[in-house]
Design a protein around this ligand. Structure first.
Ligand SMILES: NC(=O)c1ccc[n+]([C@@H]2O[C@H](COP(=O)([O-])OP(=O)(O)OC[C@H]3O[C@@H](n4cnc5c(N)ncnc54)[C@H](OP(=O)(O)O)[C@@H]3O)[C@@H](O)[C@H]2O)c1
Length: 166
């Protein structure tokens, strides 16, 4: 099973502030929807909160929390990352998408094979960071660059990174 992280991250590795993103990039929202459509999306409880506790349509929403009595309509609740992965394996998914946030990205990076990173070309400050990627462990296999425009306040690049095979 391919385990993929999908994230949008500033030049200096920030991903959010006060439960929100640091930018408005509609093309990245479309990219996120296309890449995750029909796949399981695994997220931390705080990222689910940042989605106003509403599941993403057309995808199996799995929310990780340590709380024993947590529930919300339209989601599957699990109490560990291992449980989330096992649940998806049992359902025979070929790829799962880790959609954040900072805590979940950091803990799952060692078990991921692929990263879809939207690099937002701006130095911005938030309260949540994406972990540092070790360039010896990852190959950049795809990159598409976009300038800022009337609808996109910053330039950005869609990147695919794949784990170096040892
Ligand atoms: N730019 C992007 O692409 C992007 C994507 C997603 C999110 N974000 C941003 O990231 C921020 C949220 O990230 P965050 O790091 O604060 O929180 P998070 O990773 O979304 O969620 C953290 C929560 O997940 C649960 N959790 C974490 N590790 C766990 C484990 N090993 N076992 C069981 N439960 C575990 C805990 O929930 P409980 O406290 O309930 O136990 C923890 O409080 C927001 O600002 C959001 O907007 C940005």
């Amino acid at each position: 099973m391919i385990i993929t992280q999908i994230v949008a991250v500033s030049t200096n590795n920030y991903i959010g502030k006060d439960y929100q993103l640091l930018w408005t990039l509609p093309n990245d929202m479309r990219h996120f929807k296309n890449k995750t459509w029909a796949l399981p999306v695994i997220m931390g409880r705080k990222t689910f909160y940042s989605l106003e506790n509403k599941p993403l349509m057309g995808r199996l929403n799995i929310v990780i929390t340590r709380q024993k009595d947590y529930s919300a309509p339209g989601i599957t609740v699990v109490q560990s990352i291992e449980e989330a992965i096992e649940f998806c394996k049992q359902q025979d998914f070929k790829e799962i998408m880790i959609i954040g946030g900072g805590e979940i990205y950091k803990q799952t990076l060692p078990i991921c094979n692929k990263l879809f990173i939207t690099r937002v070309h701006a130095v911005l400050h938030g309260d949540t960071m994406y972990p540092e990627i070790n360039p010896e462990e990852w190959n950049l296999t795809f990159e598409e660059n976009f300038e800022s425009d009337a609808k996109h306040e910053f330039a950005y690049s869609f990147q695919t990174w794949e784990r170096v095979e040892l």
